[in-house]
Design a protein around this ligand. Structure first.
Ligand SMILES: *Cc1c(COP(=O)(O)O)cnc(C)c1O
Length: 230
């Protein structure tokens, strides 16, 4: 199957999941996760009408972005070290993975140099898994308050990666919990903070995430096929 075929199938599945949940399919955006995939795969997706891509590794993104001449939008979705933030400034339109104040401060500093603001999501590690990044649910409100006080950063929502389950229904309570947490943050009425975006759901479970309110689904394998690590 070609990338174009895969994209068509995923868009049909997104639309079906949204309608089933009583949602407008246009409220769900597909972030095609192109990590480990070559620039040619991105270009192929662009030709099939996909313009939004997610990447996990700073160096890989910088190299790929220079190779892809088409007008695409990049999101950063991976674990981020503060000393690499400078390479992302001006290159990405959304960072999904802000999980600590020191990282937010560096984003603020780098975007400030450009005289711009960076849209970010706060990543929440709901299950508190050792292997995953993200703030705890308990630490979320105070982190959002601190991040919101930075002038060159806008908190636009939340992101999560639930524990792995073979059955996507296993992830659903975590998606529901992220939605609930977003409601709690929105109710706190913190100036400059909106909870417009919920980034949740991957190849194996994006329909469950849409049922629970996802506005950004991050899908890699189902778009591009298996990643070939070399
Ligand atoms: C790799 C990755 C994805 C995509 O995973 P697939 O299972 O290939 O769809 C989504 N989100 C994050 C944070 C990732 O690292």
């Amino acid at each position: 199957m070609s990338i174009a075929d895969n994209l068509k199938i995923i868009h049909d599945r997104i639309a079906a999941a949204a309608l089933k949940a009583g949602r407008d399919p246009a409220t769900v955006r597909l972030v095609a996760v192109s990590k480990i995939q070559p620039a040619e795969a991105v270009v192929e997706a662009v030709r099939a009408g996909q313009f939004l891509f997610g990447e996990n590794y700073v160096q890989e993104l910088a190299t790929k972005a220079a190779e892809v001449k088409e007008p695409v939008e990049w999101h950063f979705i991976g674990a981020l070290q503060s000393n690499k933030v400078k390479y992302l400034a001006g290159l990405v339109t959304l960072i999904h993975s802000v999980d600590r104040l020191s990282l937010a401060e560096e984003i603020d500093r780098q975007w400030g140099k450009l005289g711009k603001s960076c849209d970010v999501l706060i990543q929440v590690n709901i299950a508190e898994e050792e292997t995953k990044s993200g703030t705890t649910s308990a630490g979320l409100l105070s982190l959002v308050r601190s991040v919101a006080a930075l002038p060159h950063l806008r908190v636009r929502g939340l992101m999560t990666m639930p524990p792995f389950f073979d059955d996507p229904e296993g992830a659903r309570p975590y998606f529901r919990e992220l939605h609930r947490l977003a409601g709690e943050i929105a109710a706190a009425g913190i100036p400059g903070v909106t909870m417009a975006e919920l980034s949740m759901g991957m190849s194996g479970d994006f329909e469950a995430a849409i049922a629970e309110g996802a506005t950004l689904v991050r899908v890699g394998t189902a778009v591009f096929g298996e990643r070939q690590y070399r």
